[in-house]
Ligand binder design. Structure first.
Ligand SMILES: [Zn+2]
Ligand SMILES: [Zn+2]
Length: 400
């Protein structure tokens, strides 16, 4: 069993989260698909022992600190505080790949399809839908971009330092961002909700970000402005730069206005050198700008999973443990190196050896510097990490 080999030899006891004695740990078991939780450890060596005994598919720990982390009654754990955590996952984001690589099947009637998993079965209305997902480079690139947007807000608007903000590749299709700092620990659910709203741009009032109309002249923020002022300006710029007249219409503009913007695109973009476009386009008043701004807020805001951040008892994947859907490890990324971070290279947990597997069906994929072609109903010897990915994705079996 490869997961055991990893926890036995590669996993280091020193890879523990801060104040681990006060945290709850949990693990998902391979065969039973059952969660073992309410565990706590006094010494880091005990965690390693626990991992080698159970050989779980996934390992979690609480963002929260408790007086009694091992008690199974939540009310008796005595919550002391929690890190501020963010989850950005391709599952919850519209990606340009359209998730054509994902398959879903209704557990009730067997109706199936490709792409984004529906909430309920389109055929029988059933709610239990099984999915077979795949990691694609577009999904990974999209979540990385969203993570960079989030980091911008956390570090530039909230002022957290690079030492307080930790970024991790989840081991599957997304990123986690943890803020570990004394000031955030005691924040309750409401305070975390406010942070989420700020990041997502919920209830954002344009008039507080410099956009106003005085005696017929509209003025607004500029590209280099700080916080949401600048984000609004940059988002609007991006929209004016790239949007087709159809897209502008979808933002709520009339057909005539949308067409006149597209026609005068160069002139409008030029206006940013001076005071911006706010008053340079005839026929666009404050009301139209507000429509474009709300679309630009959507473009500029980081697509975080809001539920994760507001949940003060959340269990999150433990750094350097393996992801049961891929065999890749959750991996820390330095905040200044994230632009060039290659998850399909850095998160590989097994760099040596090969494994023979029987592959039922797999798409073309890349791991590290190797590209693997499509396999269908064939026996093949693959590098361990590639074989493991196919096994974890349930599209291959170990040959006997
Ligand atoms: Zn169904
Ligand atoms: Zn994708």
């Amino acid at each position: 069993m490869k997961f055991l080999e990893y926890y036995k030899s590669a996993f280091q006891e020193s890879w523990m989260p801060g104040s681990f004695e006060d945290r709850e740990f949990g693990a998902l078991l391979f065969r039973e698909k059952m969660m073992v939780r309410h565990k706590s450890f006094r010494q880091s060596a005990q965690l390693k022992e626990f991992l080698c005994d159970l050989i779980p598919s996934d390992v979690y720990y609480s963002s929260a600190y408790y007086e009694e982390p091992a008690t199974s009654e939540m009310s008796e754990k005595h919550w002391l505080g929690a890190d501020l955590v963010f989850d950005i996952d391709a599952d919850h984001i519209a990606t340009s790949c359209g998730k054509v690589h994902d398959q879903w099947i209704c557990a009730n009637c067997g109706f199936s399809g490709r792409g984004v998993t529906p909430e309920t079965c389109p055929s029988c209305g059933g709610q239990k839908i099984d999915t077979k997902t795949w990691i694609c480079e577009v999904c990974l690139e999209t979540t990385k971009k969203e993570t960079i947007k989030l980091l911008d807000v956390l570090m530039n608007d909230f002022g957290f330092s690079s030492g307080e903000v930790k970024v991790f590749f989840s081991g599957h299709r997304g990123y986690h961002v943890h803020v570990e700092n004394e000031a955030v620990r005691s924040l309750d659910q409401m305070a975390r909700k406010e942070i989420v709203d700020y990041i997502v741009g919920v209830g954002l009032d344009e008039s507080l970000h410099g956009i106003k109309e005085t005696s017929g002249t509209v003025t607004g923020p500029n590209l280099t402005d700080k916080s949401w002022d600048g984000r609004i300006a940059r988002g609007t710029y991006e929209l004016l730069l790239t949007a087709s007249s159809k897209e502008l219409e979808n933002s709520g503009l009339s057909k005539k206005t949308a067409e006149s913007i597209v026609k005068r695109r160069n002139e409008i973009l030029d206006s940013w050198k001076d005071k911006g476009p706010w008053s340079s386009v005839k026929g666009i008043g404050l009301a139209s700008w507000k429509k474009l701004i709300s679309r630009s807020v959507e473009l500029q805001s980081a697509k975080i999973d809001t539920v994760v951040t507001t949940d003060v008892h959340r269990l999150i994947r433990l750094n350097n443990t393996l992801h049961g859907k891929t065999g890749l490890k959750k991996t820390e990324v330095s905040t200044d190196l994230i632009e060039d971070f290659d998850p399909l290279k850095k998160a590989v947990a097994f760099e040596k050896g090969t494994l023979e597997v029987f592959v039922h069906e797999s798409p073309e994929f890349r791991l590290s510097d190797s590209v693997f072609k499509v396999f269908r109903e064939q026996k093949i010897e693959l590098p361990t990490a590639a074989a493991l990915l196919l096994l974890c994705k349930d599209v291959a079996e170990v040959t006997v």
